[in-house]
Design a protein. Structure first.
Length: 315
């Protein structure tokens, strides 16, 4: 006899405006309790000092987390020049100082070197695992953490303001795995100084933006209240850019059992219309739902079939 899961079967996305001072895990735990949800996860960690868009998946929406995590992210942040920190942000210990303060012209001239495919060494205080341990846990215990450089994609960076000689404010659009803290650290070194992040806010992740985000304090006022569900978004909101198709009841039953369905001519025509420039649609991921809009599965088009690889179950 299986043990009954704690909580209720709540499914969907909650876009939280994370406050400063809490870890992403702490925010997820609070949102899970507010909705009394059985299962919860998030799409992309924000450091305790960071604020902004934290996309939290409840229930079956957790199966779409990878798509949100792979989406482009936008950050607004402030660099503080003249001090290096062991965490590369304001919460760390000072590791060095510099009297050099770059002017606006120097900063703008250096930015193009740090846009595009960029090699980064992640901060020692990061969630990356080293021999099964989180790097930040090892760093907090005083151990030396040597992380390998990784290639990240930075699509665009704009210098927004230089309010004084010690600070510069930027906006960045980037891909998965980018560390803003490492970017500021490396830019500072290229400018002949030291730098760390003093303020950081995520303003968007994929189709989720800060103007959609609800403050955590607002949600706390709806603990186990129906009013909280006004902020619950459909599972499909994390799947922007993936073609959606409606399937019949019998096909939905087959797909939810993990079985493929034949790619009928009308379905294929609808996918082909969505991707007119693609000669070969094999391997394409498709989101399938019933005619009433209930999620059924994510499937791949292979050899004339739609083969489910992630099935949504609401039983």
């Amino acid at each position: 006899m299986s043990r009954r899961k704690k909580g209720s079967p709540v499914h969907g996305w909650v876009i939280v405006d994370k406050p400063k001072g809490l870890t992403s895990t702490q925010v997820v735990g609070q949102v899970r309790r507010i909705f009394d949800a059985q299962k919860a996860g998030h799409a992309g960690t924000l450091d305790p000092m960071a604020t902004g868009v934290l996309a939290i998946a409840l229930g079956e929406a957790t199966k779409t987390v990878p798509y949100a995590m792979d989406a482009e992210k936008t950050y607004r942040f402030t660099a503080c020049w003249g001090e290096g920190r062991d965490s590369d942000d304001a919460e760390g210990n000072v590791t060095g100082t510099s009297d050099v303060r770059p002017d606006r012209a120097a900063i703008e001239a250096a930015i193009p070197r740090f846009v595009g495919a960029v090699s980064q060494i992640p901060p020692a205080y990061s969630a990356i695992k080293v021999e099964g341990e989180r790097a930040y846990d090892l760093a907090r215990e005083g151990e030396s953490v040597a992380l390998e450089p990784r290639l990240v994609q930075i699509d665009d960076v704009r210098l927004l303001d230089t309010p004084d000689r010690d600070h510069a404010t930027f906006e960045m659009r980037c891909g998965k795995g980018t560390y803003v803290r490492a970017w500021v650290r490396d830019l500072g070194l290229a400018l002949g100084t030291l730098g760390h992040v003093s303020e950081l806010r995520r303003t968007a992740i994929g189709g989720f933006s800060e103007n959609q985000a609800v403050p955590l304090e607002t949600l706390r006022g709806f603990m186990h209240s129906p009013a909280a569900f006004e902020h619950l978004r459909p599972i499909s909101t994390a799947l922007d850019g993936i073609p959606a198709l409606a399937v019949t009841g019998p096909d939905a039953v087959r797909l939810r059992s993990g079985n493929p369905i034949l790619m009928r001519a009308n379905l294929f025509a609808r996918i082909a219309d969505a991707f007119p420039d693609e000669d070969d649609l094999s391997g394409l991921t498709v989101y399938l739902a019933t005619g009433e809009g209930e999620p059924v599965a994510l499937a791949e088009l292979e050899q004339g079939e739609l083969r489910p690889f992630r099935v949504f179950n609401f039983g």
